[in-house]
Design a protein around this ligand. Structure first.
Ligand code: G3P
Ligand code: CA
Length: 243
């Protein structure tokens, strides 16, 4: 089973922050890190999960209504009087590029199923090319058209693509319906097809586990049981407990 850090080490540190990514990057045996990208009002690519900034920062309102400068003023509470800022995608690549050159992978989820973010595909593909990390990334989205577009603009198909949905059957439906993703990214409870039917695919499952500052539950997943359902990789908030 391949282990990925979901939004970085997001149980122990604030999700999608440089600290959460840094903590994940040093884990031995980690397959990669997952993160979420969106566009600011002035067109900059930033890393943040929610379309609204109020859950993770001291700000309010939609992320896409803020400029980068406005977003950079927002604080992400990291406990003990410390705080983080919403990172720009380029800052994350600056942090991770050496580890990525040595094999660490990055799953970039384009958060564009609610707000379509015109041009985000071109922006992220060109940024990844600038860092020469094409073969280290997996682009994913719930929005099939976006994956289709990424496949068209990614020269040589060097980067991997993946389609997200709640059920693995819906991932497969979108894949066969034309988006042509390389991998399936279902919710772990959505494994509604026999394992034999999906055996030829990479199936990376995501979870709804606890996130910082919630306390860890102490429970541990049965990875063997998940493997038997056809899951090949898992996105975990606490990857450090499984490596
Ligand atoms: O990419 C897997 C997973 O992150 C998708 O769900 O809501 O955590 O972005 P979400
Ligand atoms: Ca995500």
């Amino acid at each position: 089973m391949e282990i990925w850090a979901h939004r970085g080490c997001s149980q122990m540190y604030p999700e999608n922050t440089l600290t959460a990514f840094n903590k994940a990057a040093v884990l031995k045996g980690l397959a990669g890190i997952e993160l979420d990208i969106q566009l600011t009002r002035d067109g900059h690519m930033v890393v943040c999960h929610d379309e609204d900034v109020s859950r993770t920062t001291d700000g309010i309102g939609r992320l896409c209504d803020h400029t980068l400068a406005e977003l950079k003023k927002l604080k992400i509470d990291a406990g003990d009087g410390k705080y983080e800022r919403i990172p720009e995608m380029a800052e994350v690549l600056d942090l991770l590029k050496d580890k990525m050159q040595n094999g660490l992978r990055l799953n970039i989820e384009l958060k564009n199923s609610i707000i379509p973010y015109e041009g985000m595909e071109e922006k992220i593909v060109s940024l990844i090319e600038r860092y020469n990390l094409q073969d280290k990334v997996v682009y994913s989205s719930f929005y099939a058209r976006s994956i289709e577009k990424i496949r068209k603009i990614c020269p040589g198909g060097v980067s991997e693509t993946a389609i997200l949905d709640n059920k693995v059957s819906d991932c497969l439906y979108k894949l066969k319906g034309g988006c042509g993703a390389d991998a399936l990214h279902p919710y772990w409870r959505g494994m509604d097809l026999p394992a034999e039917e999906i055996r030829r695919y990479t199936v990376r499952a995501y979870f709804s586990g606890h996130l910082y500052p919630e306390k860890p539950t102490g429970t541990k997943l049965d990875l063997t049981a998940l493997e038997q359902k056809g899951i090949t990789d898992v996105f975990l908030n606490e990857p450090e407990r499984y490596l």
